[in-house]
Ligand binder design. Structure first.
Ligand code: GRF
Length: 207
């Protein structure tokens, strides 16, 4: 499966994917390129260090023209023959038209147990609410904010004295496992959407 990865910043989830690919844990995932909406995203250097092509579609050049920005991203992904998209720390909202063009072919990693704490600062929201368990979720992207069908989740304990940073760091470790596992399942064609639910069919190697 040919994949494009959208990033905005650090790129540690992208790194986890590219390392897994290098270690032959994602044999059916063919990463075609990484696209960033920020020209200075450190994740771009990570992509280059793995020999992955990069593209920058600079969001600051498309102020107030979101649909045009989306179309530029769509174009570069199609030029590279992508069949599905991984949002790995992509901090910009994609428009309905873009999402409709990639229906059930975009996945996102979010640092909470959805449907709790969607949107920004998920780890801070979890701490402020006082939950004892948080985690991360990989889900399909629909028109809502972090509302699409859930592929998999991993839990993380919230410990006494946790700060936003310490909780985020503990969740991030699980994100890296979750994103690799989800891309493995997706690339093996084992992820089936049934209404709001996702069924993972058995067989094959998860990696
Ligand atoms: C991760 O916590 C991800 O869940 C969220 O943004 C962060 C991106 O981290 N959507 P990185 O760029 O993959 O290091």
């Amino acid at each position: 499966m040919k994949l494009g990865v959208l990033i905005s910043g650090r790129g540690s989830n992208l790194q986890a994917l590219l390392a897994a690919k290098k270690e032959e844990r994602l044999p059916l995932a063919d990463f075609r390129l990484a696209v960033s909406n920020k020209p200075d995203a450190p994740g771009l250097d990570i992509a280059r260090s793995f020999g992955l092509r990069t593209a920058v579609i600079d969001g600051s050049k498309y102020r107030g023209r979101r649909a045009e920005h989306d179309r530029a991203i769509d174009q570069v992904l199609r030029e590279h023959e992508c069949e599905a998209i991984v949002l790995a720390g992509y901090m910009r909202v994609l428009g309905a038209e873009f999402i409709a063009g990639w229906r059930n072919r975009i996945i996102n990693i979010h640092p909470s147990l959805l449907p709790s704490f969607p949107g920004l600062h998920a780890q801070r929201q979890a701490l402020e609410y006082g939950v004892r368990t948080s985690g991360c979720t990989v889900h399909f992207v629909d028109e809502g904010t972090d509302t699409g069908p859930i592929i998999l989740q991993r839990t993380v304990p919230v410990l006494p004295g946790d700060t936003e940073d310490s909780l985020a760091a503990r969740i991030l470790v699980e994100e890296h496992h979750a994103i690799v596992e989800a891309v493995a399942l997706l690339s093996q064609g084992r992820v089936n959407i049934e209404g709001r639910s996702v069924r993972v069919s058995s067989g094959g190697r998860v990696g």
